[in-house]
Ligand binder design. Structure first.
Ligand code: GLU
Length: 304
C-alpha cells in the first residue's frame, strides 16, 4: 500500500470539496487559530511516517488528551475505575450537565468532560506530579520531547470554565471526586491545552494499533486486554454524540478534540492524525472526518 500517495489523494479530494465549518470559540484563545489549516500524518507499525499539508504544525489537542490520561490510569485501578465512570456512548453533548444529574454523578464514559474530570481526579490520587507525568508519558510514547502546554490556551480555558466547574461540583456532591475541585480542573485544563503536531499525535496513538506495545517507547504500555477495551471505547464514545456516525462513515477507533484534531487507529496496520480546525455543530472537525471517511473507503482492508 502506498500510504503517501493515498493521503495526498485524500487531502486533495477533501480540499476540493471546500467544506466550511466553524472554529471553536467558546475557549476564546482557540478562536485565533487559522481555520484553513489542514494536515494529515500516518504512521505505520514499522515507524514510517507519511505526511501531507500542515502535518508538522503543532495544534491544541484538547479532548484527544482524554485518551492518553485514561491509558495512564487504566491499569492502576483494575476494575474499580468502572464503578466511577460508565462505558456507554453519551448521545448528549460532551459538556452536558443534565445527563450527569439524571445518572447520579456517574458519567456516561471517560471521554465526555464529566468522565474526563473523574479520570483527572484519579490521576491526582495515583500520581505524585500528575501534570508533569502526563507530559512525560506522552513524550515517551512519541519517542522524543515534543509536547508543549500552550499557557494562553490553558489560562483562557481556566478563565472560562464555568460549565466544567459546575460539573466538577456535581461530581463531588455525588462523592465521585476525591481531590480539590481546583486541582482537578487545573489538571484537566492543563492536559487539554497540550499542543502536538499530527506526526507526534499519530505516534502517541501507535501502541493502540499494536496490541498495546509502543515501538517508540519500546515497551508494553497496556496489556492486550486493556488495549482492546481502549479501542472499543474510542470506537463507541470517541466522537461526542456523533460516535455512531463516525463508526458508520469511518469505522475506526478514534478520538476528536475541539481544536480540530482527530487521532485514529487501524489495528495491526497504522495510526493516523488529521487536523483541520473548522468544526461541525457537534464539535467534530469537518475535514478531518471527511478525510478519514475517504481514506477508509480507498483502503483495500478494513476493521470489519
Ligand atoms: N477542554 C475542552 C473542554 O473542556 C475540551 C473539549 C473537547 O475537545 O471536546 O470543553
Amino acid at each position: 500500500m502506498d500510504y503517501q500517495a493515498l493521503i495526498e489523494e485524500v487531502y486533495k479530494e477533501v480540499n476540493d470539496l471546500n467544506l466550511k465549518g466553524k472554529v471553536a470559540d467558546y475557549i476564546p484563545e482557540l478562536a485565533e487559530v487559522d481555520g484553513d489549516k489542514f494536515g494529515i500524518a500516518l504512521v505505520d507499525l514499522e515507524g514510517n511516517v507519511y505526511g501531507v499539508g500542515d502535518y508538522e504544525e503543532a495544534f491544541s489537542i484538547q479532548s484527544i488528551s482524554k485518551v492518553h490520561t485514561l491509558a495512564m490510569v487504566f491499569h492502576k485501578f483494575k476494575s474499580k475505575l468502572w464503578s466511577r465512570v460508565n462505558v456507554e456512548p453519551s448521545g448528549n453533548p460532551f459538556n452536558s450537565i443534565a445527563q450527569l444529574e439524571y445518572e447520579k454523578g456517574i458519567p456516561r464514559n471517560p471521554f465526555i468532560n464529566a468522565g474526563a474530570l473523574v479520570i483527572s481526579d484519579a490521576l491526582i490520587s495515583k500520581f505524585e506530579n500528575p501534570k508533569e507525568e502526563i507530559i512525560d508519558f506522552i513524550n515517551e510514547l512519541v519517542g522524543h520531547q515534543c509536547v508543549k502546554v500552550n499557557e494562553s490556551v490553558y489560562q483562557s480555558e481556566l478563565d472560562h470554565s464555568e460549565r466544567n466547574t459546575a460539573m466538577a461540583y456535581f461530581l463531588k456532591a455525588y462523592g465521585n471526586i476525591e481531590n480539590s475541585i481546583q486541582e482537578v480542573l487545573e489538571t484537566y485544563v492543563y492536559h487539554c491545552a497540550m499542543e502536538m503536531c499530527c506526526v507526534d499525535l499519530a505516534k502517541s496513538f501507535s501502541f493502540f494499533a499494536n496490541n498495546g506495545y509502543s515501538i517508540f517507547a519500546d515497551r508494553e504500555i497496556l496489556n492486550e486486554s486493556h488495549n482492546k477495551r481502549m479501542n472499543a471505547l474510542m470506537l463507541t464514545c470517541g466522537f461526542y454524540d456523533e460516535s455512531g456516525e463516525f463508526a458508520f462513515r469511518v469505522g475506526l477507533p478514534g478520538k476528536s478534540g475541539v481544536g480540530g484534531g482527530v487521532a485514529a487507529v487501524m489495528p495491526n496496520k497504522f495510526s493516523i492524525a488529521v487536523w483541520s480546525p473548522q468544526l461541525n455543530e457537534k464539535g467534530n472537525s469537518l475535514k478531518s472526518i471527511k478525510a478519514l471517511e475517504l481514506l477508509t473507503d480507498k483502503l483495500h482492508f478494513s476493521l470489519f
